[in-house]
Design a binder for this molecule. Structure first.
Ligand code: ADP
Ligand code: MG
Ligand code: MG
Length: 211
């Protein structure tokens, strides 16, 4: 299969920055319904800081790049999402290692490690109405595509489709993690903001690998 370069992963990050910036008000509206109305601001601020850091000191290997991305998110975002996405990228980089190219299997392993970081940090389970509800099915779809011989680009497109389905399935759920869980039954009937930003994460990956 095709090879994914470090520069297409930098494009992934910058496209994610663009999507959370363009959708900042939308993410904040979602968080105003079941949280504290800061998810758009958190993600836009965090990814702006990430891209400033990446631009200032370009990395040559994935472990360096994603360590810097993860640390920047953990330190620049106050909310739950900073440590969760930060840990996702930190673990992604640790598993990727000192490489500058990936095949589908290597990308899958790094993404899996990232998901494991989210689980270690937030203890989300499927159906808790969190970013995990978009991320977990996205990785299942990514792996299924790679296993059936799909290119990284095809796997990322499948992952994005699954993330959207997972995101939309959060609407009727009652939140069991994070601030939205304080609302109990009143959290039902609203999309989860973090699942929505996670769908943007996979949209960005699909678009950057399709180029
Ligand atoms: P905060 O809730 O601290 O203001 P954000 O608004 O930036 O942080 O992020 C909220 C999102 O974080 C939620 O929509 C949810 O997807 C995610 N989240 C919160 N707690 C957890 C958790 N324990 N595990 C996984 N995801 C979580
Ligand atoms: Mg919030
Ligand atoms: Mg907050």
């Amino acid at each position: 299969g095709e090879t994914v370069t470090l520069s297409s992963l930098v494009t992934w990050l910058s496209r994610f920055r663009d999507l959370v910036t363009e959708n900042r008000n939308y993410l904040t509206e979602l968080d105003s319904a079941i949280g504290d109305a800061d998810h758009g601001a958190n993600m836009a601020r965090g990814m702006a800081a990430v891209m400033e850091k990446v631009g200032a000191s370009p990395a040559t290997t994935a472990d360096e790049l994603f360590k810097s991305v993860g640390m920047t998110l953990v330190t620049s975002v106050g909310g739950a999402s900073g440590p969760l996405y930060g840990t996702f990228f930190l673990r992604f980089g640790m598993t990727a290692g000192a490489v500058s190219e990936f095949d589908g299997a290597a990308l899958s392993a790094a993404l899996r490690a990232g998901l494991g970081g989210v689980v270690a940090r937030g203890k989300p389970e499927l159906g808790d109405k969190t970013m995990f509800d978009a991320m977990s099915p996205a990785l299942e779809a990514f792996d299924a595509s790679v296993a059936s011989g799909g290119s990284p680009a095809a796997a990322a497109a499948a992952a994005y489709d699954a993330a959207v389905v997972g995101r939309d399935a959060t609407t009727p759920l009652v939140a069991r993690k994070g601030r939205a869980s304080y609302l109990g039954e009143r959290s039902a009937g609203h999309l989860d903001p973090g699942a929505t930003s996670t769908a943007f994460l996979f949209q960005a990956l699909a678009e950057s690998l399709a180029q």
